[in-house]
Design a protein around this ligand. Structure first.
Ligand code: ZN
Length: 270
């Protein structure tokens, strides 16, 4: 599943082909995505793209009349074709650009979406209640500490709650808690202020490192048949159940927590 670093890498990969260019044509070949593609996205046609930004895992393609909201769901990807290559199966939406490029939204499982927010309308319900961006100054050890007070939920479940901080997926939650030395199942209210600081810092570090690694894959967004942007990672605990901890050599433990596979080192994490 594309996580925040993959979505940010996608944004950086496609933005130069969109920003400042006109959408000369929009083809919706399959409107039955997670939610039906609304006719209002037609407002993209003949408009010039002002910006391509990201909020949580949503990509926001802005034109003067409003903003297209794109989510990649479980299996979605965006890429730019400049070579006249034929549309593949599962290329559900195509956006022709005055730059000569063609933006293709590909999504075999169709859990992704393409929605529309008209300029001046209140924030779309999907975006209205999101917590702070993890890499912004609005999220730090103090905001995390405040969010943990009185909460019995496991700290890992809490940091994956988009109302607390957006974009911390299952892999990054396990990795950040290992880096911070805190066990995933610990009740949030029992996590100290100093530990919250370490966790918030670790979330920023693991996400930023992953985005940096994604930067090396940017060329895969143009005229490529491979799956773009989903990069191999060096992970400390995630997916390593039973294997030796890189720090202490004891076996990494794997349990299901909040219905998600969770990995930690019983020695290095308290
Ligand atoms: Zn260890």
């Amino acid at each position: 599943m594309p996580e925040l670093p993959e979505v940010e890498t996608t944004r950086r990969g496609i933005a130069p082909h969109l920003v400042g260019h006109r959408v000369t044509r929009l083809d919706v070949h399959e409107p039955r995505l997670r939610w039906p593609v609304p006719d209002s996205v037609r407002a993209l046609e003949n408009a010039t793209v002002a910006s391509v930004t990201r909020r949580a895992k949503y990509l926001l393609i802005a034109v003067p009349a409003g903003t297209a909201i794109v989510h990649l769901g479980m299996s979605g990807s965006l890429r730019i074709a400049t070579d006249g290559s034929p549309r593949r199966k599962h290329d559900h939406v195509e956006m022709t650009l005055s730059s000569g490029g063609l933006l293709r939204f590909h999504d075999p499982r169709r859990f992704g979406c393409l929605l529309w927010q008209a300029a001046g309308d209140p924030a779309h319900p999907l975006l209205a209640r999101l917590g702070p961006e993890p890499l912004s100054d609005d999220f730090d050890g103090e905001t995390l500490f405040a969010a943990t007070r009185g909460r019995n939920v496991a700290i890992k479940v809490l940091i994956m709650n988009a109302a607390v901080v957006v974009g911390v997926g299952n892999i990054y939650a396990s990795e950040a808690l290992f880096a911070a030395g805190v066990r995933p199942a610990r009740a949030a209210r029992r996590v100290t202020r100093a530990e919250c600081r370490r966790i918030a810092d670790a979330i920023k570090v693991v996400l930023a490192r992953s985005i940096d690694m994604g930067g090396t894959t940017l060329r895969d967004f143009v005229d490529s048949d491979g799956e773009p942007g989903y990069f191999a990672q060096s992970l400390a605990v995630y997916g390593r159940g039973g294997e030796p901890c890189h720090a202490c050599a004891r076996p990494i433990v794997q349990r299901v927590l909040g219905q998600r596979s969770t990995f930690w080192c019983p020695t290095c994490q308290r």
